[in-house]
Design a protein around this ligand. Sequence first.
Ligand code: MN
Length: 216
Amino acid sequence: MSFVFQPAPPISLPVAGTDARFPVRRIYCIGKNYAEHVREMGGDVERSEPIFFTKAAETIVQSESEIPFPPHTENLHYEVELVVAMGPDGIFGYGVGIDMTRRDIQATAKQRGGPWDRAKSFSHSAPCSKITPKANVNLDGAHIVLRRNGDIVQSSSLDKMIWSIPEIIGRLDADMDLQAGDLIFTGTPAGVGPVISGDELSGGVEGLEPIRVRIT
Ligand code: MN
């Protein structure tokens, strides 16, 4: 097959314990999946249903990378999240991601009822750790944490998720026909906040590879 210009190389993430990489297809994200975070954003937990949005695969950033502070925002936020990585036979493994968000653009989009793409799917907006194959992982009650410049700013437990991983997968699969290579960012706990140039973000979930990036 020939192309009129060179196609972009496939997007992929390293996999713990092997040189083979995880090829990223699509990125689905869940909003409003921890009650304390719904409250800090001014939402109503009782009537809240998790929401779905996407990031382009090209927004993936590997751990130990630098993230340029994006244009058109004065309020760039971190959101640490468990990432589920889908394989040919269900869940392949898990990672730790940071759903970088231009919060000011998101607020305007919410007011206008418009799409979130500019707030959520900009360049370098999806840092993600190495993927750990599921056979090596037990996430029952696992702690999730984000440190900004060494200080803990987000700290919770995966069992606080409103929608469980099987529920999220069931819903997404029914709606979107999940495929091998799809990543699912499963929502963030409370404590989201802004970063400035020079900040280092370091996220972890017990039993998984960490994610660490620096804002430049
Ligand atoms: Mn998020």
